[in-house]
Design a protein. Structure first.
Length: 237
């Protein structure tokens, strides 16, 4: 769409990233094709499927046509912001990030649990009218059993001809099995081993034998590198 291209240029995109250049022709193909893609954070994959969602909807039809599942509400908001930046130019109604009343928006984003509630309990979304389904961060969905179950339940209620796109940062055997269960007859984009790490992210590995050594290693990192803000992930609470 010409209007979408204008929105892309206005948001500062001049040329596609690698995942965008590879995935967009598949996602925008006619007839629609299913896609399973491995892509890390920060590579532009959200913008890629955002453009696909906007390209598939009919602005004249006031009901949900594209559906995106994300593992957390915060991620759903981030996806919404990306889509909202591009959709201003094509007449698509503002995004719905599942928090409200009757839906006339063409694109809906939410977590699997909330989507189940809206589709099956409140019945404000007719899944039979969905033409494009996106499952983002599939590896995180699998790590949380209820999310994978909820995602499958939503997917099984979609019409037969619905285009399906699945994205995952990792591609372990569990992810591969889940992906093929969700998305059939899909084109697969998989990263080579050497492409799994982003060149813009610096990584360090410390072998520690106890908590005291872990604490000392962290102190050494913070003493050697200037860090404004940081998040420390722990295995247990």
């Amino acid at each position: 769409k010409k209007e979408l291209l204008q929105g892309v240029y206005m948001t500062g995109f001049n040329r596609p990233s690698r995942i965008q250049g590879t995935a967009l022709p598949i996602m925008l193909a006619y007839p629609p094709q299913n896609l399973i893609a491995q892509s890390q954070s920060g590579t532009g994959k959200t913008a890629a499927f955002a453009l696909a969602m906007l390209s598939r909807v009919n602005p004249a039809e006031k009901y949900p046509q594209s559906l995106c599942l994300a593992p957390t509400y915060e991620l759903a908001l981030q996806i919404g912001q990306v889509i909202d930046s591009a959709r201003r130019w094509d007449g698509t109604a503002p995004l719905a990030v599942l928090q409200g009343a009757r839906l006339e928006q063409q694109i809906v984003i939410g977590t699997p649990g909330t989507m189940l509630d809206w589709c099956f309990k409140r019945r404000v979304i007719d899944l039979q009218k969905i033409t494009l389904f996106v499952l983002d961060e599939a590896d995180i969905m699998i790590d949380t059993q209820c999310l994978s179950y909820q995602s499958i339940r939503v997917q099984r209620a979609l019409p037969k001809g619905c285009q399906m796109l699945l994205f995952s940062a990792t591609f372990k055997e569990t992810v591969r099995a889940f992906a093929t269960q969700i998305v059939s007859n899909a084109i697969v984009i998989k990263l080579r081993e050497e492409e799994l790490t982003l060149s813009t992210i610096r990584q360090y590995y410390f072998l520690c034998w106890d908590r005291e050594e872990k604490y000392q290693a962290l102190c050494n990192v913070y003493g050697s590198i200037t860090i404004g803000q940081a998040i420390i992930f722990c295995q247990v609470r």
